[in-house]
Design a protein around this ligand. Structure first.
Ligand SMILES: Nc1ncnc2c1ncn2[C@@H]1O[C@H](COP(=O)(O)OP(=O)(O)OP(=O)(O)O)[C@@H](O)[C@H]1O
Length: 258
């Protein structure tokens, strides 16, 4: 079933999504959409419902009510695997990387290529060569500055770790990458590199939903901002049509959407 708001280049559409935890009504009918290649910032004060919404889309907590449509088709998302099967990859704040695994192994985490040799396959031996080769292609696509695929993740900078997590998402064919505060823990230069990466994947047609508390960051990289307040969509505005002060006003409730 498609909604009346569907337009052909819509990657994700969220319609009247509700989610409660016991007596807490965290989402009270959230609706918005993301076009292909669009970068949308998801803003809101603490407790507004951002993480809950992302968890519904990424299958961590299924929504109680409402629709999620992918490419115009209603999606049934009850687990993270369901979300992945619809081309949705989420880069959570902890990045889900294994510090003592190298870059290539982290890119293939839980999707390792097992050796084709029957004896090695029996012992679950990994095909390091194939993983390295594909990792090289994935990082090249993102103009990545990762020093070496054999480098352990713990030796990389925060920005480089973030790049590996984003590359992993894109490598698995994501049409939509959800990022939770990707630059929150980074210095200026590393944050700029992550921003370039976000713009690059957007130019390749990948849509991005970016949770952020940082209005300046959203103004820099997003095409549009969706503001949640008390579990509802309080605003949905094009970045070119809004000032940072007005965006802050929409988050705090001092200003109302036009
Ligand atoms: N697992 C849970 N169990 C019970 N209540 C929850 C759970 N997850 C979220 N909530 C509640 O749902 C509401 C929305 O929380 P959520 O974490 O989605 O907000 P947020 O906008 O991401 O906030 P923050 O910016 O502080 O992370 C809050 O009242 C929160 O306490």
């Amino acid at each position: 079933m498609t909604s009346q708001y569907h337009v052909p280049d819509t990657a994700l559409e969220v319609n009247e999504v509700h989610k409660s935890f016991g007596g807490v009504h965290a989402l009270r009918g959230v609706s918005f959409s993301i076009r292909k290649g669009e970068v949308v910032g998801l803003l809101g004060d603490n407790g507004a419902g951002k993480s809950t919404l992302v968890r519904c889309i990424s299958g961590v907590h299924p929504a109680d009510k409402g629709q999620i449509l992918i490419n115009g088709e209603e999606a049934s998302i009850h687990t993270p695997q369901d979300a992945r099967s619809y081309g949705i990859e989420t880069v959570f704040q902890d990045l889900a990387v294994v510090p003592n695994f190298d870059v290539a192994r982290n890119l293939f985490l839980n999707r390792e290529i097992i050796s084709k040799n029957p004896i090695l396959k029996f012992f679950g031996w990994l095909d390091q060569k194939a993983m390295r080769k594909q990792s090289e292609i994935a990082l090249k696509r993102l103009n990545s500055r990762i020093p070496s695929l054999g480098e352990e993740i713990r030796n990389l900078s925060g920005g480089q770790r973030q790049a590996v997590s984003i590359a992993r998402a894109v490598n698995w064919g994501a049409d939509l990458v959800i990022m939770d505060e990707p630059t929150a823990a980074l210095g200026v230069e590393q944050a700029a590199q992550v921003n370039s990466l976000i713009k690059l994947i957007s130019s390749q047609g990948v849509s991005v939903l970016l949770i952020s508390h940082n209005v300046q960051h959203v103004m820099e990289v997003c095409h549009r901002a969706v503001v949640l307040r008390h579990g509802r969509t309080a605003a949905n505005v094009m970045i070119e049509d809004i000032t940072p002060d007005d965006l802050v006003g929409l988050i705090t409730g001092a200003k109302r959407a036009a």
